[in-house]
Design a protein around this ligand. Structure first.
Ligand code: RFL
Ligand code: PHB
Length: 389
C-alpha cells in the first residue's frame, strides 16, 4: 500500500491534519490504536483559540461549531472571596470559543467518513521505519494481519504515550519536563453552569475551575492529591469541596446533580526537541504537554498542525522544502511561550505542598497585580486567547 502521508493517531491533531490535507488533494491514511467510540469518550478540552476555529473553517468542518459554540469574551479569576473579571474583548479585541474536544473530534471523524478517507482503528505494533531516509514506511497489525504503507512523510500525532516520539533516537532527542505535585479531579454533570464564563479559583483549600460544555452540561475541576482515586470521591464530597473553594456568591448559585463522568488527570509540563527527524514530524501531545490551567493543550496541537499542513502544501505544490525544514523551529517557538503561560497560570492558582508563607505572599501579590494592572491583564488576555501563528 502507498499513501503520500501516514498519520499515526486519530485524536484531534491527526484528524485535523488529515482533513486539511484531504481538501488539498494530498492523501493521508490515519492509524488509530483505539476505536472511534473510545476516542470520543475521552472528556478533555473545552476552550478553543480563534486560530483553532479558523483551521476548522479552513478544513471545511466548522458548520456545527459555528452554530453551537459559545463565545467567551472574558474569564473570572477568584482569590478567596475576591473575584475579578479579565475582559479579553475589551482589552485586546479578541475572544475564545467554548466547544468541547469531543465535538471537534466527532465533527472531524464525520467529515473523514464523508470524504471516504481511510482510517484503520484498533491498530497494534505500529513501527515507523527508515524515517531518516527518502523512503519511509510504516508497518502495523490490524485484525491479526500485518500491513505496510510506504509514504513520503509520517505525522506523529499519537499523543504523549505514542510510538512516534520514541522513534527519534535518544542521541538526537532532548526532553524537558516538570511534573506538578497534584492532579485535577474533573466531573461532568447535566446541570446548568454556575456562571456564563469560566471561574478560575485560588482558595486556601486548593485550586478549582468552573467550566461547561453547554447550557445544561457543566464541567468542574478541583486540585487533588496524586494519591487520590476518582472512584473514592462521591459526588456529594466533590460538590462540598468545590463549594468551599469558590467565592460564596458562586457556591450559592451552584446547581449540583449526579456526575456522568469523573476522572483524575496528572499535571505536567513537557517538551521534546526537535519536533522533526528526517521525514517524521511530531505534532500535539506527542511532542509537548502543558498543565490544563490556561487551556493550551489542544490549541498548541492546532498550531503544530497549521505549520505542518502549510509545509506539506508548500512541498507538494511548490516543490519548496522551506516549511518542512523550518517546521520544528517554528512550532517550538510558539510552544515554549504557551508552556510558559500554562506554567505561570498553574503556579499562580494552585497550592503547592512545599509552599511557605513567603511563597504564599508572592502568589497573592501576583494575583493582586493582575487584578489592579491593565497591562498585566493585557498580557494574560493576549496569551489566553492565543498568540499569533
Ligand atoms: P491525543 O488526543 O492524545 O490523541 C492521540 C491519539 O493517538 C492514539 N495513539 C495511537 N494510535 C496508533 N498507534 C499508536 N501507537 C498510538 N498511540 C496512541 C491515541 O489512542 C489517541 O487517539 O493527542 P492530540 O491529537 O495531540 O490532541 C491533544 C489534546 O487531546 C490535548 O492537548 C488536550 O486535550 C489538552 N487539554 C486541553 N487543551 C486545550 O487546548 N484546552 C482545554 O481546555 C484543555 N483541557 C486538556 C483539558 C486535557 C485534559 N486531560 C485529561 C489531559 C482538560 C483535561 C482534563
Ligand atoms: C474544560 O472546560 O475542560 C477546561 C477549560 C479551561 C481549562 C481547562 C479545562 O483551562
Amino acid at each position: 500500500m502507498r499513501s503520500q502521508v501516514v498519520i499515526i493517531g486519530g485524536g484531534p491533531s491527526g484528524l485535523l491534519l488529515g482533513q486539511l490535507l484531504h481538501r488539498k488533494g494530498i492523501d493521508a491514511v490515519v492509524l488509530e490504536r483505539k476505536t472511534r467510540d473510545y476516542v470520543l469518550g475521552r472528556i478533555r478540552a473545552g476552550i478553543l483559540e480563534t486560530g483553532f476555529v479558523n483551521l476548522m473553517r479552513e478544513a471545511g468542518v466548522s458548520d456545527r461549531l459555528d452554530k453551537e459554540c459559545f463565545i467567551h469574551d472574558g474569564t473570572l479569576i477568584a482569590d478567596g472571596e475576591d473575584m475579578f473579571h479579565i475582559n479579553f474583548k475589551e482589552l485586546i479585541g479578541d475572544s475564545v470559543v467554548l466547544y468541547g474536544q469531543t465535538e471537534v473530534t466527532r465533527d472531524l471523524y464525520d467529515a473523514r467518513e464523508a470524504a471516504g478517507a481511510e482510517t484503520y482503528f484498533n491498530v497494534e505494533d505500529v513501527v515507523i521505519n527508515d524515517a531518516d531516509s527518502d523512503a519511509p514506511f510504516v508497518t502495523f497489525t490490524v485484525g491479526g494481519e500485518t500491513k505496510r504503507i510506504d509514504c513520503d512523510y509520517v505525522a506523529g500525532c499519537d499523543g504523549f504515550h505514542g510510538v512516534s516520539r520514541q522513534t527519534i533516537p535518544l542521541s538526537v532527542r532532548k526532553e524537558y519536563e516538570k511534573v506538578y505535585p497534584f492532579g485535577w479531579l474533573g466531573i461532568l454533570s447535566e446541570t446548568p453552569p454556575v456562571n456564563e464564563e469560566l471561574i478560575y479559583s485560588n482558595s486556601e483549600r486548593g485550586f478549582a475551575l468552573c467550566s461547561m460544555r453547554n447550557a445544561n452540561l457543566s464541567r468542574y475541576y478541583i486540585q487533588c492529591s496524586l494519591s487520590d482515586h476518582a472512584e473514592d470521591w462521591t459526588d456529594a464530597a466533590f460538590w462540598e469541596e468545590l463549594k468551599r473553594r469558590i467565592p460564596q456568591e458562586a457556591a450559592d448559585a451552584l446547581v449540583t446533580g449526579p456526575s456522568i463522568e469523573k476522572s483524575i488527570a496528572p499535571l505536567r509540563s513537557f517538551v521534546t526537541e526537535p519536533m522533526r527527524w528526517g521525514r517524521l514530524f511530531l505534532c500535539g501531545d506527542a511532542a509537548h504537554i502543558v498543565p490544563p490551567t490556561g487551556a493550551k493543550g489542544l490549541n498548541t496541537a492546532a498550531s503544530d498542525i497549521h505549520y505542518l499542513y502549510n509545509a506539506l502544501v508548500q512541498v507538494y505544490e511548490e516543490k519548496d522544502a522551506e516549511g518542512i525544514d523550518r517546521y520544528s523551529e517554528k512550532a517550538l517557538a510558539r510552544i515554549w511561550k504557551a508552556e510558559r503561560f500554562s506554567w505561570w497560570m498553574t503556579t499562580l492558582l494552585h497550592r503547592f505542598p512545599e509552599m511557605n508563607a513567603f511563597d504564599l505572599r508572592m502568589q497573592q501579590a501576583d494575583i493582586a497585580f493582575l487584578r489592579e494592572n491593565r497591562d498585566a491583564q493585557k498580557v494574560m488576555a493576549t496569551n489566553y486567547v492565543g498568540l499569533p501563528y
